[in-house]
Structure formats: structure tokens, C-alpha cells
Design a protein around this ligand. Structure first.
Ligand code: GLY
Length: 351
């Protein structure tokens, strides 16, 4: 078991290991919100913590809707849960985002404890206090920073996670390797659910996230580096009507932004990211012209409040937030398309 601590703006532990429910000492009123995909794990936890107020929801993006949010608030209100309630949130990143936002807003804020059950939620979503919802108009348009009381990443919950989802979450850990320069995080091939070294690997990845969010909890500057690869990723997700999963989109986004970094005179990180794609085996990318992506890119930039800047890797551990001219961006996209065609990752290019 590995225990890390986030120190700012409030101190809370992030514990990674097996059988963590024995560490929790519940007190006061409590309720549990969980992803029905991890029902066995969540119900077991609820029994041990003696929680009778339980709500299961469908995970995935359906969890991050106004409808799901309203359902959670009504559930807490119907159960007449008071302000000193602790909400236990068990599930992947969409559940921890939703549950955190429910906790941020019910009775103007109650405590919550997260049990992330996917690799994505462990290394990224559950740590750092970003909570929120999507709107029909776009993703993550509503939210709040609301920091948990604790995060327990119980690796037993990963046993039922499908392998593609296990791998996709680790794309964010790989991203943390690029950000920190920790070479261990760039080596994904040995990792298996339940395998040796997973606990240590996840803890290293989470440590990177902790360092970044401690330095900049509310994303005024440094935390924007966590968006590495995400600008193109969000555009690819939107342009494919979210047929492309987030992990796959981020892997493609990391390849693209390493081409941009290289064009700007940075270290050639392209082969390292190509290894990520070879390991991940993402679904092929449909043919999408640069012009088709531009409106989505503009929307993402506007949302980030950074109309001209991109998060660019100049070398391992040296990530810059800086403007990039249109010509470089477009040329890098042409190279990106060539690379994915050559490697058979473009739709229709597989033999
Ligand atoms: N997922 C990026 C962040 O927490 O800032």
C-alpha cells in the first residue's frame, strides 16, 4: 500500500493498494453513489461502512448530465441527509466528476471521499478537486473545484475493468511521464491488471499529478500543462461525435503535439509516443481534414481562456505553454496524418 498526500489547498491522502476499505473509519451520516459497473465492489464497501443510503448510476458520459445530477440531488434530499453527510463516490472519472460536483453543491457543500475504480480516475480524475458536468452545448461546461477528504484507489476494483479501459487510463499516466520526465512512466508494456509493479507505477503517476495540482490547484497556469495532448484530442472526440474514446484521442493528441514540439526545435519525442500508440492499439482514426477540426480547436481554446497558446513538449520534463503559428500547426497535422497512415492507424489504411 502506498500513501501519498496532497498538501494544497487542503491536505488529503491518496492511498493506492488492495483492500483499502479497512482503512476507512466512517463517522456521521453517509451515503454512497456508485457506478453500477462496479456494483459488487461498491455494495461490499457500503456493507462494511454500514451505509444504507445507496444510489447506483450508469457510468460513462451519461453520468455527467444535468439529469443524473438532478437525480443525485433529489436522492440526497429525499433521504433527508444533513450537511455533515459524507458522500462516498465509487466509480470511474465520470462518476467522481459527478459525485464531486454533487458534494460541492448539495446544501452548499458536503464532504466526499472518492474510490476511483478505473486507471483513468486513479491517475487523473479523482485527484485535484476538479468536479463537474457536461451540457448539451459541450463537455465540462459546469463545475467547481471541490477537494475530497480522501481518495482510496483500491486495485481490487480494477479486476473487473475491461482491458481496453485499463490501457486507456494509462495514457494519462504516460502523459505524466512526458510532463515530469520520469522514464518509468513511459514504459507501459509490462503493466497488467493485478500485475506486479502496477501499484508502484500508479503511485508514481499520481505523484506527478499531485505536484502539479499542489502548485496550482485552480488552474491559473502550471496545471494547464496537464492538458498536454488534449487540445487536438478534444477536437477529435467532438469531430467523431465521441465515437473515439478519450484515451485513444489523447494518445493521438500526444503524437500530434510532439510533432509540433519537434517543429519548434524541441526534442524528438515522436518515436516515444509512437510506442504508446503501438501498445494501445487505438481504433483507427477517420479521415479528418485540418479545416474540419478548426472550429472544434477554436472552441476548446476559448474554453481554456487561452486563445493563442498550446501546451507543447519541448523535451522530456520541459512542457511550455506558448503560442504556435498556424502554419506550423497545419504542417504538423499533415505529418501526423502521414504517420498514422503509415502505421495503419488511419481508417481504411489497414491491410
Ligand atoms: N485532468 C486535468 C486536471 O485535473 O487538471
Amino acid at each position: 500500500m502506498i500513501r501519498l498526500v496532497v498538501g494544497n489547498p487542503r491536505a488529503y491522502p491518496v492511498v493506492i493498494g488492495q483492500g483499502l476499505n479497512r482503512l476507512v473509519q466512517p463517522n456521521g451520516p453517509r451515503a454512497i453513489l456508485y457506478d453500477q459497473a462496479v456494483q459488487g465492489f461498491a455494495e461490499g464497501l457500503a456493507d462494511i461502512l454500514d451505509i444504507s443510503s445507496r444510489l447506483a448510476l450508469e457510468g460513462g458520459e451519461r453520468a455527467k448530465t444535468l439529469e443524473a445530477y438532478a437525480r443525485c440531488l433529489s436522492w440526497l434530499a429525499e433521504e433527508a441527509l444533513p450537511r455533515d453527510t459524507t458522500l462516498y463516490v465509487v466509480g470511474g472519472g465520470t462518476l467522481t466528476d459527478l459525485g464531486g460536483f454533487v458534494a460541492a453543491s448539495y446544501l452548499r457543500g458536503i464532504e466526499y471521499i472518492s474510490f476511483p475504480t478505473t486507471t483513468l480516475a486513479i491517475v487523473d480524475a479523482a485527484v485535484g478537486g476538479k468536479t463537474g458536468l457536461n451540457l448539451p452545448e459541450g463537455k465540462n461546461l459546469v463545475g467547481a473545484f471541490h477537494f475530497p477528504q480522501a481518495v482510496y484507489a483500491d486495485l481490487e476494483a480494477l479486476h473487473t475493468l475491461p482491458l481496453p479501459l485499463f490501457k486507456e487510463g494509462l495514457v494519462e499516466a504516460f502523459k505524466h511521464g512526458l510532463i515530469s520526465g520520469d522514464p518509468t512512466l513511459l514504459s507501459l508494456e509490462p503493466l497488467r491488471p493485478g500485475g506486479a509493479g502496477l501499484e508502484e507505477y500508479l503511485a508514481r503517476a499520481v505523484s506527478v499529478k499531485i505536484r502539479v495540482v499542489e502548485a496550482d490547484p485552480t488552474e491559473k497556469g502550471e496545471r494547464k500543462k496537464l492538458n498536454l495532448g488534449h487540445t487536438l484530442a478534444h477536437a477529435l472526440e467532438a469531430a467523431t461525435s465521441h465515437q473515439l474514446s478519450h484515451g485513444a484521442a489523447v494518445a493521438y493528441g500526444l503524437l500530434y503535439i510532439s510533432l509540433v514540439g519537434r517543429a519548434l526545435g524541441g526534442q524528438d519525442l515522436v518515436p516515444i509516443v509512437q510506442r504508446l500508440l503501438a501498445w494501445l492499439e487505438p481504433p483507427p482514426l477517420p479521415e479528418l481534414s485540418w479545416e474540419r477540426l478548426l472550429p472544434y480547436l477554436a472552441r476548446d481554446k476559448k474554453k481554456l481562456g487561452a486563445s493563442l497558446s498550446w501546451v507543447v513538449p519541448m523535451s522530456l520534463g520541459d512542457i511550455r505553454i506558448e503560442p504556435v503559428d498556424d502554419k506550423t500547426l497545419k504542417q504538423a497535422y499533415g505529418e501526423f496524418q502521414e504517420l498514422i497512415n503509415q502505421s495503419g492507424q488511419a481508417a481504411g489504411s489497414r491491410p
